[in-house]
Design a binder for this molecule. Structure first.
Ligand SMILES: *[C@@H]1O[C@H](CO)[C@@H](O)[C@H](O)[C@H]1NC(C)=O
Ligand SMILES: *[C@@H]1O[C@H](CO)[C@@H](O)[C@H](O)[C@H]1NC(C)=O
Ligand SMILES: [Zn+2]
Length: 535
């Protein structure tokens, strides 16, 4: 009873309050006795082989496509997040699977950009949404446009189309959902064409002495340009890019626009002039009410800037990513032709940049819940779901701890200096501690040790922890999922999705299905040839 108690508490508390972060099991859970038997692993392997053999891949057209993007969700982040998930459930954790880790096909992508060895979220968004690698900091334009070159980007010949545009051209609906500002680089990849990802509002453009007419800001593009003005669902944060700097939003934060325009109002006016049902929402309750009577167009802006980290947010006022995803799917699936939905767990990246590892892992688990929601709502037969990341981070999962060792705690052993080190640490970032008398400080003695705002220790002091240059994983489920296997360029991703969905300018699965009779033709020819030979 004594040893079980913390786990019971942890399980009960994770069910009632996700905020009970200090209740993670502190004592290591032991691996099950079954694991000590060789037979256990042999049976585990045979079960996995049988499951693979039973798989039937749908070769139908992917009517619906959802792309889930974990911003900065590196491969070590996945291993650490699944371990945390298991430990929250009172298990050792290492063998736990995230929901999307059960998808049948997994690949790896190379994330470098045209002018950058280690990518940002702008050039990667152009790769995984428009199918073209370009320069660091630029969105929806080709590699001839350098970051900040407004003139180059104002030439529409440099603009590249996103898979959202391919879907719209085929009569499908499009939605975008994120936990960051909706004008942030990843979601902007679906609709924006800009030389500089920082131009989220017109003030940012003018600040550089540029005319917002030549280089329209990202919020303006979302509301007034193709394809953003056709998106049926737009959910995220970032209200400030839509409001004048003289106006306050519902939560009393000022806007950032200097052109005195209210783009939320303009979004509504546009829908009124097109005589289509629409609703702007900024509070979770409004969103939940919409679920029952969905308008054709929805704009949900829940924060002035990014949405709050799940572990720090007020669950009454801010919806979770899973809730947003559910409403988005309910809306979009009304289109018989299907839809393309982009969902971003965008704050994994922010937490990593601040060396706040527990938040980074929890945001990963939040996105996993959103994936689970989507898989429950959509059939594997006609809906393709792809989960990936834009780039890696420099968090490492290190040491030689025992099974079940607390993933958020110090390693089992200490350094040569006899000072503990954490199982999850970073190569760089703000969590640097200066050495005292040439000895690393013992971080486990710090007063805020292991609170949500406690920064992990790092090697190199930086204001912001950096991205990593390693490959990121791709998980696919649904029609033509096996096309996503292998190690390839990130820019292949939207082409693969378009192939399965039969949209866009490239080769389509439906077209090759039409070639099937020719395969039969060759078989018939071979039979004829054989019969002649045998005569
Ligand atoms: C991008 O825009 C921001 C905001 O205006 C500016 O501070 C930055 O210098 C720009 N970057 C380039 C390379 O022009
Ligand atoms: C607007 O849409 C409604 C409902 O679809 C329709 O009844 C009405 O006639 C439309 N009004 C105009 C001016 O087109
Ligand atoms: Zn980042």
């Amino acid at each position: 009873m004594v040893t079980l108690f913390p786990y019971v508490v942890a399980v009960l508390c994770s069910a009632t309050s996700a905020r009970a972060h200090w209740l993670h099991p502190a004592a290591p859970a032991a691996a099950s006795r079954a694991e000590t038997s060789a037979n256990y692993w042999a049976q585990d392997a045979q079960a996995a082989i049988n499951a693979r053999l039973e798989r039937v891949e749908s070769v139908k057209k992917a009517r619906n496509v959802i792309m889930f993007l974990g911003d900065g969700m590196s491969v070590p982040t996945l291993a650490a997040a699944r371990t945390l998930l298991g430990q929250r459930q009172g298990k050792t954790g290492e063998g736990t699977k995230l929901h999307f880790e059960t998808f049948p096909t997994i690949g790896l992508v190379k994330t470098y950009c045209v002018d950058a060895q280690i990518a940002d979220s702008a050039c990667t968004a152009t790769a995984y949404l428009c199918g073209v690698k370009n320069n660091y900091g630029a969105i929806g334009v080709d590699g001839t446009v350098r970051r900040g070159d407004c003139q180059a980007a104002s030439n529409t010949a440099t603009h590249v189309e996103s898979i959202a545009e391919w879907a719209l051209a085929d009569g499908r609906d499009v939605g975008i959902v994120t936990t960051t500002r909706i004008t942030h680089a990843s979601p902007a990849g679906t609709f924006a064409k800009t030389a500089n990802r920082s131009w989220e509002n017109d003030g940012e453009v003018s600040q550089m002495g540029l005319d917002a007419k030549d280089c329209p800001d990202i919020a303006h593009q979302l509301v007034h340009h193709h394809p953003g003005n056709k998106f049926k669902v737009i959910f995220g944060g970032g209200k400030r890019a839509f409001l004048p700097n003289t106006e306050q939003d519902e939560k009393r934060s000022y806007g950032r626009r200097i052109d005195n325009r209210n783009l939320i109002k303009e979004w509504e006016d546009d829908k009124v002039s097109r005589n289509v049902s629409h609703q702007y929402v900024w509070h979770r309750e409004q969103l939940m009410r919409l679920k029952e009577d969905l308008p054709e167009y929805m704009l949900g802006l829940f924060e002035s800037s990014h949405m709050t980290y799940h572990l720090k947010s007020d669950p009454q006022s801010e919806p979770t990513l899973a809730e947003l995803t559910e409403v988005a799917i309910r809306s979009l699936r009304r289109n018989e032709k299907g839809f393309f939905l982009f969902v971003e767990g965008g704050r994994i990246d922010h937490a990593h940049h601040d060396n706040l590892v527990e938040l980074a892992l929890d945001e990963t688990l939040e996105m996993d819940k959103a994936v689970a929601t989507a898989t429950e709502m959509l059939s594997e037969d006609d809906s393709l779901i792809v989960v990936t990341a834009d780039h890696a981070h420099v968090m490492t999962f290190n040491g030689y701890s025992n099974r079940g060792h607390n993933i958020l705690g110090p390693s089992r052993d200490v350094g040569l200096d006899n000072v503990p080190y954490m199982t999850l640490t970073y190569a760089n970032g703000p969590g640097f501690r200066p050495h005292v008398n040439n000895i690393r400080p013992d971080v486990t003695l710090e007063p805020n040790y292991r609170t949500l705002d406690w920064e992990s220790h790092v090697d190199v002091p930086l204001v912001d922890e950096t991205h990593g240059g390693d490959d990121v994983a791709v998980f696919a489920r649904g029609p033509h999922h096996s096309m996503f296997t292998g190690l390839y360029e990130q820019s292949l991703l939207p082409h693969l999705m378009a192939y399965a969905a039969c949209i866009g300018p490239g080769r389509h699965a439906c077209a090759s299905a039409a070639h099937l009779p020719s395969a039969h033709f060759f078989v018939a020819l071979l039979a004829l040839y054989t019969s002649i030979l045998l005569r």
